[in-house]
Design a protein around this ligand. Structure first.
Ligand SMILES: Nc1nc2c(ncn2[C@@H]2O[C@H](COP(=O)(O)OP(=O)(O)OP(=O)(O)O)[C@@H](O)[C@H]2O)c(=O)[nH]1
Ligand SMILES: [Mg+2]
Length: 288
């Protein structure tokens, strides 16, 4: 099953972002630290490279990600040209405050009253762009919410007379090339619920976590998960918690939602869905 989600407002968001790029000195690309490659929108690089703008990559929600995987991703991204990568949690006071300093270094010719430093925050839906903006401004200027496509229009704010910053609507791209990327994005709630079936996403997630974090699952769901596959795990959770439908069968829809919510809130533990090595293996497998 291939997941695609490119609602109408994103077409105009894409056009407006390309226009604003001309008047931008540094692109702040917000990625999800749990899936930094899958949460990279290739359209952003296209626009950025066309104008040759430097790139600050933020691996956000690092509080939810596996610290080892995050470090591996930072090493990987910091080798790329014209790019600086940092991991942070917008929810931690102070973390976001380091961002303007990094941007200044990437565009040293800007940052005066006459030539203010112009930054644009971009990224997929629900990754924390507006939360980051609010943390930088120290007030709730932009609306945030735990669902994709909360921001519908660009908004520019002045941080001080020498720096300003634009928040943009989350953008997906028209075709997600690798099916597993679509599943990971949906698991992290970057894709609208109307475009996916929660049970399929939960099963994918369960399989991924069984392969990589079996001990966290055993602890959270108080069950021995060895030899289980994703469907087994969801059934075991439903049985243990007596999630039943009216007809007496196990309520796997509810179980899927509970499991996804546990993951999204970090209740299972600090988890990353991909590492640079798993990415390379996935790409090699897709090509063979
Ligand atoms: N745990 C955690 N949650 C975060 C972090 N940053 C943002 N969030 C949460 O992620 C959700 C989405 O945040 P937003 O700032 O609205 O995301 P956005 O990228 O602006 O989303 P769109 O406007 O829909 O594209 C909210 O529930 C935030 O509280 C973080 O660093 N850690
Ligand atoms: Mg937003």
């Amino acid at each position: 099953m291939a997941i695609q989600w490119f609602p109408g407002h994103m077409t105009s968001a894409r056009k407006k972002a390309a226009e604003t790029m001309e008047f931008t000195d540094v692109v702040i690309e917000v990625l999800d630290a749990r899936l930094p490659a899958a949460s990279h929108n290739p359209m952003i690089d296209e626009m950025r490279l066309f104008r040759q703008r430097p790139n600050l990559k933020i691996l956000n929600k690092a509080d939810l990600a596996d610290p080892k995987a995050t470090q591996a991703w930072l090493n990987y991204f910091n080798k790329q040209p014209n790019t600086k990568a940092v991991a942070l949690s917008c929810k931690k006071a102070g973390d976001a405050k380091k961002i303007p300093g990094h941007c200044r270094k990437l565009a040293p010719h800007r940052g005066t009253h006459i030539k203010p430093l112009r930054m644009m925050i971009m990224g997929i839906p629900n990754v924390g762009k507006s939360t980051l903006m609010n943390a930088l401004l120290n007030r709730r200027a932009a609306k945030v919410g735990d669902e994709p496509a909360v921001t519908k229009n660009q908004q520019r704010f002045e941080l001080d007379p020498t720096m300003n910053i634009v928040d943009t609507p989350g953008m997906m791209w028209p075709r997600i090339e690798h099916d597993s990327d679509g599943f990971m994005l949906a698991a992290c709630h970057a894709i609208g619920r109307n475009a996916v079936i929660d049970e399929d996403i939960a099963t994918y997630l369960a399989d991924n976590l069984l392969a990589n974090y079996p001990d966290l699952l055993s602890t959270r769901y108080k069950t021995d998960v060895s030899d289980m596959d994703g469907v087994d795990l969801l059934e075991a959770i439903a049985k243990r918690r007596a999630y039943k439908r009216r007809d007496g069968l196990l309520d796997l829809e509810r179980t899927a939602m509970v499991f996804l919510t546990d993951f999204r809130h970090g209740s299972i533990g600090r988890i990353s869905l991909e590492t640079p090595d798993s990415r390379i293996a996935m790409l090699a497998g897709d090509e063979s």
